[in-house]
Design a protein around this ligand. Structure first.
Ligand SMILES: *Cc1c(COP(=O)(O)O)cnc(C)c1O
Length: 369
């Protein structure tokens, strides 16, 4: 039997039942008018979710990293100045991608576990080609301020990673002056991994790199397919079933309402974070910049002979709950607990808290060991 899990790691989250049902729908051809209507509907749902009027908004084939790579490869060329906010793994990955494209990378750092200073980001260089940052740093559980950077971005193109934020906390692409944002399906959208929703502003479209080094991720070529009309031609075969799944997931999100979804994530995050503190654990990010959908907590002193990996293994084997380990400088020192999409339910949080209390040797929630 396949293990049924409560997925409370940094992703994937549990898919919505409607999404699972959508995955079984009959496969259509990628130029079938019925499928094209689904693609157009999905793109219009994405505009609502991203809060944008950007015409070029669609589900890119590939996971969140494909969206990141598409952003960099279509906007950055040799010698371009790219300012990157770095306070975790995904900021580092943006630097790595920009560096491989021959950009002059200007790093604006904050320690892992702390938010970036928006003023430091906008004043790092007088005329960058691109300013890029991660909204929700999944490696640390920190929320970076996006609106402040967007308001002062000047002539630069502003790229924002919303892989872990879209659907879970407020994202407002147009109000925040974001020129390109990419997300992922398996975090707060409650859809399996496989697509990267992406949105591109008219200004970014004017400045797309001609013949970028990646053919597959060339937004100029892909837009001929996704933008529709009679000129729609083959570029690559759209992942039909995943697009059904995303359409269903966005349907759940928009029916619940964006604000209601953010409120559900916030309520779960607070319940979890308060519960962890009641167990005597300490949260990593400072109050005010904690993500409700991804909680990072220092590993406490453990019962004799037990490692942090043993705790995670026991959660998985005895309770079917997955939580995540630390990465980078936080490897072995923190746990990362996701509460995203369909997983963001009170019952999941309460089950995890009581399981953790029991494994850590607390007699009951809030009790002492
Ligand atoms: C998960 C994640 C990614 C990468 O997405 P994949 O789907 O794993 O390729 C990028 N950025 C952030 C902030 C993420 O959380």
């Amino acid at each position: 039997m396949h293990g049924e899990r409560i997925l409370m790691g940094p992703g994937p989250s549990n898919p919505y039942p409607e999404v699972v049902a959508a995955l079984t729908r009959p496969v259509l051809g990628h130029l079938d008018p019925e499928f094209l209507a689904v693609l157009e509907h999905t793109s219009s749902q994405l505009r609502t979710a991203f809060r944008t009027d950007n015409q070029l908004t669609f589900p890119l084939s590939g996971t969140g990293s494909a969206g990141m790579e598409a952003a960099m490869t279509n906007l950055v060329g040799p010698g371009d100045v790219v300012v990157v906010g770095v306070n975790g793994l995904f900021g580092e990955r943006l630097c790595e991608m920009a560096g491989r494209l021959g950009a002059e990378v200007v790093r604006v750092e904050a320690p892992w576990g702390e938010p970036l200073d928006p003023q430091a980001v906008v004043s790092a260089h007088p005329s960058p080609t691109v300013i890029a940052l991660v909204h929700a740093e999944t490696s640390t559980g920190v929320r970076n301020d996006v609106a402040e950077v967007g308001a002062a971005k000047g002539d630069a193109l502003f790229v924002v990673d919303t892989v872990t934020s879209l659907g879970g906390i407020e994202v407002a692409v147009d109000d925040w002056h974001v020129d390109l944002s990419y997300s992922g399906t398996q975090k707060c959208l409650g859809v399996p991994p496989g697509l990267s929703p992406i949105t591109v502003s008219p200004l970014a479209r004017e400045r797309l790199v001609r013949r970028p080094t990646s053919w597959y991720l060339d937004l100029g070529l892909i837009s001929a397919y996704v933008s529709g009309g009679s000129g729609r031609t083959y570029h690559h075969t759209a992942p039909i079933s995943m697009i059904y799944a995303l359409e269903a997931g966005l349907g759940v999100l928009l029916e619940e309402g964006l604000e209601a979804s953010w409120a559900r994530h916030r309520a779960c995050g607070e319940l979890l974070q308060d519960g962890l503190e009641a167990l005597g654990l300490r949260l990593v990010p400072p109050a005010g910049h904690r993500l409700p959908q991804l909680t990072t907590v220092w590993v406490p002193e453990l019962p004799r002979g037990m490692t942090e990996a043993d705790v995670r293994a026991q959660l998985l084997s005895d309770y079917g709950i997955e939580i995540g380990a630390g990465v980078g400088p936080m490897a072995g020192r923190v746990w990362r607990i996701g509460c995203m999409g369909h997983t963001a339910r009170r019952r999941n949080v309460e089950l995890l808290l009581s399981a953790l209390a029991s494994i850590l040797g607390h007699r009951r929630l809030g009790g002492s060991s």
